[in-house]
Write a protein that binds this ligand. Sequence first.
Ligand code: NI
Length: 156
Amino acid sequence: MAVKKILEFGDETLRKVSHPVEKFNLRLNLLLRDMADTMYKAEGVGLAAPQVGILRRVVVIDIQDDHGLIELINPEIISAEGEQAGPEGCLSKPGRRGYVVRPQRVTVRAQDRHGKYFELTGEDLLARALCHEIDHLDGHLYIDIEDHEVTEEEEE
Ligand code: NI
């Protein structure tokens, strides 16, 4: 178990564009392990490598459904449909949420930890998480596109 420090909004690393992963090696496996440990410890549903200071195109997601832990290397959104609007947060700013419009359904093409390509389609929360985490790889944060900050009253 290796829990990493999560960088907070304002840290310039979060604004950088991450590099593609080219080597599917032990170092990548250790990064994936540490990212999952860090995400679970923080009780989040997703984490991108730049949030732990690593500028590589790596994402982990677990929305606590049948998918279990999803590992995405070099992910790209290849199609998006529909629209959903709702509150969204980020482990880089615990406690804060913004009202963000996202696609209702997205399909992602990515590589697994061995370098093998696969496609994954997600709806609702999974679509939101996929968009949010992949945005991190280009230095984009939900606060850039939110309509407004969600207050506690609005959540209820
Ligand atoms: Ni985030």
